[in-house]
Design a binder for this molecule. Structure first.
Ligand code: ATP
Length: 234
């Protein structure tokens, strides 16, 4: 579904991605783990068109998307839920969700999409007329995921969805990611919580300073000695 070849990204003189290769098949949950500054967020931002590659290719369903603008990439079925939630604080929950559908031509048909988000996150239905800035951190995270679903993505890019959440909410978010995947959405997930991520993922990539240092099935990575020491705290 997504095929990344020899992808490089520079921010001025900083070489953030140094020729990475990555494959994501339809239906998978793939996780990306690595230390701060390894290049995980840059990878997601490049796929969604927010950052332009300096070298290499990104192909989505066979089509080269490396130079498309973000709205076109959303229209092709890729949605990005950024790190740090980034909901629109002065808009209501409903307005935030509506913003997630801004690229859709059938915006008069959003009722079932709101309902789908509310089925995943019933608390958002209760708070639908509340300003997003007044929601708790966990609720804002749910809203950010819900907003990303409103474009009906086939590939969902999730950047640190569990960051800063209480443990019970973290578990819930991981359960919901699995539910979204079971309904047919392919997922690329960045997580600091490597254990949880590898538990729900099919495959994973480990990034270190702009390189992919390791990749494999989530099961193999969970048992890999380097991953255990560096990322699983064993
Ligand atoms: P984190 O978990 O901290 O977000 P990351 O693995 O997602 O880390 P990136 O945010 O992709 O890493 O950063 C990769 C490298 O690029 C780092 O050296 C970072 O300092 C640098 N970088 C990221 N964004 C910018 C930017 N807008 N301008 C300049 N350098 C940047």
């Amino acid at each position: 579904m997504l095929s990344i070849n020899n992808l490089s990204v520079h921010y001025g003189k900083i070489w953030a991605l140094k020729g990475i290769d990555m494959e994501i098949s339809q239906g998978e949950i793939v996780c990306l783990i690595g230390a701060n500054g390894a290049g995980k967020t840059t990878t997601l931002r490049t796929i969604s068109g927010l950052v332009k590659p300096t070298d290499g290719t990104i192909r989505y369903k066979g089509m080269s998307i490396g130079n498309l603008e973000p709205p076109d990439i959303v229209r092709h079925g890729i949605s990005h839920c950024p790190e740090g939630r980034q909901v629109f604080p002065r808009m209501t929950v409903m307005e935030n969700l509506e913003m997630g559908a801004y690229t859709r031509k059938d915006r008069h048909k959003l009722t079932e999409d709101y309902q789908r988000v509310f089925d995943y996150f019933p608390i958002l239905a209760e708070r639908r007329w509340q300003l997003a800035g007044t929601l708790s951190g966990g609720e804002q995270q749910m809203l950010a995921i819900g907003r990303a679903l409103m474009s009906r993505p086939q590939l969902l890019l999730l950047d640190e969805p569990s960051l800063g959440l209480a443990p019970f909410l973290m578990e819930k978010i991981f359960e919901i990611i699995q539910m979204i995947n079971k309904e047919g959405v392919t997922i690329l997930l960045i997580e600091q919580n490597a254990y949880q991520a590898l538990t729900i993922a099919h495959r994973g990539y480990v990034m270190e300073t702009g390189y992919i240092s390791l990749s494999g099935s989530a099961k193999d990575l969970l048992h890999n000695e380097h991953v255990k020491k560096a990322y699983l705290g064993e």
